[in-house]
Design a protein around this ligand. Sequence first.
Ligand code: MF3
Ligand code: CO
Length: 256
Amino acid sequence: MIPIKDKIGIAKMREACAIAATVLDQLKPLVRPGVTTQDLEEAGRDWIARLGARSACFGYQHGSRRYPAHTCISVNEEVVHGIPSLRRVLREGDIVSLDIVVWHDGYVGDNATTLPVGPISPALEKLLRVSREALDLGIRQAQVGNRIGDISHAIQTHCESHGFSVVRDMVGHGVGTAMHEPPEIANFGRRGTGEKIKPGMTLAIEPMVNLGGFKTKTLADGWTHVTSDGQPSAHFEHTVLTAESGPEILTIPRPQ
Ligand code: MF3
Ligand code: CO
């Protein structure tokens, strides 16, 4: 069963999501050549605290491991869940994905974006553009009366029609009083399949899109997912409310 949020739950989701989006927004201008992913982590950690929230990533348990940082920062062939490091220096031509997930007042907001580091190749420009468009098209399908597979299908067909592939071993998800709630939202699938979308669902829609093949593997650190062929990958994510009036993006930053 997909949890349905009531008025109070929706108000709290709005707040958590606005915070997650504001943190992400504050990190964007810091991305440039010479910066380490640890620099971005520290700025993210500080903004989360300043806005009165808590990182949902820090200490997040998967098997016997706990995630050691407040943000997930993934460079080039890293798909998601890259661990920030003092040794990882951003270089011109890289792409970097920032994934910010916060707890606030019992609710979780989740969002991610991929940014260029200085000028990047036309192929990478296209990867980012198509992935961002795929997120928009997926969100547009998050309509009451549609099914979850309609979101998946829209994302997959857009990415593949431009020659890219979608990651299959990780998915978007419901989000609310836990970081991961039902349903799973694959970035590939068939129209008209999956659960029906009802008013009051809050969904983290998150295409992970590869320049090369769809296969990924996990590094020995137990967290970092990379493409198997070493080619770059992009990740865009919003938390979306399925309102009666249509999908509403909740992860919108507030000016600081
Ligand atoms: N947005 C990521 C997800 O939904 C956040 C993971 S936090 C981590 O999976 F701790 F697992 F890295
Ligand atoms: Co997510």
